[in-house]
Ligand binder design. Sequence first.
Ligand SMILES: C[S@@+](CC[C@H](N)C(=O)[O-])C[C@H]1O[C@@H](n2cnc3c(N)ncnc32)[C@H](O)[C@@H]1O
Length: 266
Amino acid sequence: MDPYTNPDSQTDRTQQAMITRLEERGQHAFFQKMIDDYIDSIPSDQPLRALDLGCGTGVVARRLANALHSDSEIHGADISDVLLAKGRRQDLAQGIHWDHIQPGALPYEERSFDVIVMHTLLSHVPNPLSLLQETARVLAPTGQLIVFDADHAGTTYGQESYEAMRRVDHLLTSAVATHPDLCRQMPRYLKAAGLSLNSHRSVILSECGRGDYWLSSVRGFAGILPALNVLSEEEGQQWVDAMHASHDNDTFFASGAFFTFYASHS
Ligand SMILES: C[S@@+](CC[C@H](N)C(=O)[O-])C[C@H]1O[C@@H](n2cnc3c(N)ncnc32)[C@H](O)[C@@H]1O
């Protein structure tokens, strides 16, 4: 159900909606700040080999290229040709390597990356532990793994009826992520992959009265609702309309948490 597990098999309309959503949220000040918060923890005084795994259209790869030492080697890797094609077009001579990869095995040498970032990737992967184990293989002995994801299981969009809210929240957030509880499993996954969890950071984003980031996510949902296949077209449209109406009359409510996990070899 989760369209991000295989973007290239989606309809043109869904792919366009995904591209628009990834780029739109990547330009949102709140989202950029969360990215900068972890990129600021990466040393920029020496060239590094860095991988943005599950890079999509390249939002994080481009920020890494801007922030890290200019002699760094930046790779953006993804299973989707369609999303990578957008990244390549936006490359604008930043020298990023755009790697089309197959799910599962990573086409890189052992212990070859100083930094690996997974930005809202793992919650979409069918087997997060196996990808983490493969990631541990290509992470340098002193390298840093940064996993950023939304706690989809806790994301909520307020509605007048509690029952309707619980139902739609559950259907939508479960359908948009293969593992809505990914963040809650991360300490277990990292341990099982033989990695050490060094620290974590969490941010709660709530909007009351008027919507901004979360209202833009409603617009994102609107484009991929048919692909999610969990609400009828009519029910989906009603939800989108209700969210916009609550914004227009100052009764909007939405809230959700984001986590960043910093890990390395033990
Ligand atoms: C929600 S998008 C995030 C894209 C990008 N990191 C961003 O935040 O803008 C999830 C991405 O993971 C990619 N993906 C899914 N499964 C993958 C896998 N096994 N290996 C690498 N990328 C994968 C999808 O193609 C998609 O680009």
